[in-house]
Design a protein around this ligand. Sequence first.
Ligand SMILES: *[C@@H]1O[C@H](CO)[C@@H](O)[C@H](O)[C@H]1NC(C)=O
Ligand SMILES: *[C@@H]1O[C@H](CO)[C@@H](O)[C@H](O)[C@H]1NC(C)=O
Ligand SMILES: *[C@@H]1O[C@H](CO)[C@@H](O)[C@H](O)[C@H]1NC(C)=O
Length: 284
Amino acid sequence: MLTINWTTWLLGIAALVGSNGVCGLVHSGSSAKNGDSFQNALDDTTRSGPYFDKWASKNVTALLGKTTYLTCRVKNLGNKTMTLQVSWVRHRDVHLLTIGRYTYTSDQRFRAIHQVHSDDWLLQIKYPQHRDSGIYECQVSTTPHMSHFVHLNVVEPTTEIVGGPDHYIDRGSTINLTCIVLHSPEPPAYIFWDHNDAIISYDSTRGDVSVVTEKGDSTTSSLLVQQAKPSDSGRYTCNPSNAQPKSITVHVLNGEYPAAMQHGGQAKQPRLYSLLLCLCLLLY
Ligand SMILES: *[C@@H]1O[C@H](CO)[C@@H](O)[C@H](O)[C@H]1NC(C)=O
Ligand SMILES: *[C@@H]1O[C@H](CO)[C@@H](O)[C@H](O)[C@H]1NC(C)=O
Ligand SMILES: *[C@@H]1O[C@H](CO)[C@@H](O)[C@H](O)[C@H]1NC(C)=O
């Protein structure tokens, strides 16, 4: 809290230095404190001081390592821009990151961005890491100062293949491998499938190969190989553009379950098959 007060003091000084004799600290931000996104839509002229456009200054989900921007939109800052400063403070350690267009922190991953005549005061974060997740405070140097909090969540997309790591299927049936990309703030631009480290091309001589992709909060890609042959066995890898690859091993069973059992490294399912086989034999 001490540091926050210090920040306010610093901003106050900055405000006075930039004020050119005009007192810009008269209006308090009280109207903005009660404001919400609906009120923000109201006519600017009904407000006496600056206020946050909370709809435009939203929580952010960032991709690990990919440059991200936190937005603080302050309306009605008017021509007081010279006197009122907009700053970004990291809450975790109450670290002052930016003041106006000036980047204050020595961490070079952070940068203040503001275009003249714009209401937006951006905090650019390069190479975001998990430890950057948390609360960031956008402050306007009114007296008392106004604050808006933005939560940054740094995520790493994960890849899963349904039913891995081994998939057993009878010759002649359809191989259906489904890959799911989770925690991806934006859908992957593409998802490639490899078979034994060679990209599967859908117009190949193999034919009967198709991919169904559904983009959304999580993106799924289903690889369908009709009329499975023993040569379709092997390692299939799902390669999303923005996440780690994931593999599954497909065993196309030729009706010779005991043989498949001998080859299968993971004996779980072959054992089940042989159990079923035994049961069938018993029934006969
Ligand atoms: C931002 O995230 C925090 C924590 O998850 C949540 O409490 C808050 O309501 C969110 N704010 C908005 C505007 O969504
Ligand atoms: C700046 O603000 C003052 C007081 O609100 C106003 O009288 C003046 O016209 C404004 N100037 C500009 C250029 O908007
Ligand atoms: C493939 O499997 C997925 C997940 O189990 C399922 O949602 C999808 O409908 C299947 N596709 C076909 C063509 O069977």
